[in-house]
Design a binder for this molecule. Sequence first.
Ligand SMILES: [Zn+2]
Length: 151
Amino acid sequence: MRLLCDHMLGTLAKWLRFMGYDTAYPGPLGDTDLLALAEREDRVLLTRDKELAGRSARVLRVHSDELEEQIREAAFALRLRLIDPLSRCSLCNTPLVAAKPEEVGGLVPEGVRTRHTSFWRCPSCAKVYWQGSHWDKMIERLNHFDLPKSV
Ligand SMILES: [Zn+2]
């Protein structure tokens, strides 16, 4: 399942990436270009635009303007679940690679680096991830949504 969020759904795109989904989030594009991109890359387009949603079966219309409800809508309509929370960069969608503490020196606060043994880094934008309190909070929020469970 590959996804594409239109320009109104940037925060949703980050969360879908965190859940483990390949989620494209291009800059502002016209409707025709968005549909063409979805077609070309075999992605489901998520949008709040009713008119756009009516133009293709490849589009899921998101109704809510609240993040939690948007995640819920997408998850239930597309049967999404938490598949792998550290597989993609939430900023740029690039697959993450594992990194050792000695490889992230200077890239994360020293206290974080000494408290954790596992890190992940984005080969594209260089952002470093670890299972800290922010990560725990995101997992907790997702669990709270009662998303579809693994098959
Ligand atoms: Zn990145």
